[in-house]
Design a protein. Sequence first.
Length: 175
Amino acid sequence: MAETPDSLLARLDALGIEARTTTHPPVFTVAESQALRGTLAGGHSKNLFLRPAKRVPGTAMAPHLLAVLQEDRQVSINALARIAGAGRVEMAPAADLLALLGVLPGSVTPFGMVNAPPGAVRIVLDAGLLRDHEWVHFHPLVNSMTTAIRPAGLLRFLESLGHRPECLDILPATG
């Protein structure tokens, strides 16, 4: 059974990870999020959930990829896949989001890794997002709430779940 926002926040608390959660009307895009942000200082993200574009017969299926990028980062999916060494990828369908992260479109978040079996999803974090901000903000599994967490706390949380977050320098796309 998928985690709930309350059980997710209880996990953070049990690990001694400081987090602050704000409730707001549901948001589905970065632009909507920016309009409701108010005084939520820190880094904000856009999150892409990708799946391998092709499966080679006779080989194991590569894991899905959750890319957590600084909200203003401009990078093509192909360039992102090259940076992450992920091969060809495409946007994953809503059914994959629900099955692997336990979230619906508009609520994609690194906190969804709480529902993913280790090894089923690679999580790639924009190093600039974590490096440049004291607090980073993500939906706690629903897009009607935002949780602020320190970057070190996010990494510790992901590792406590058996995931190996990868921090990569994601450079903007060029011409």
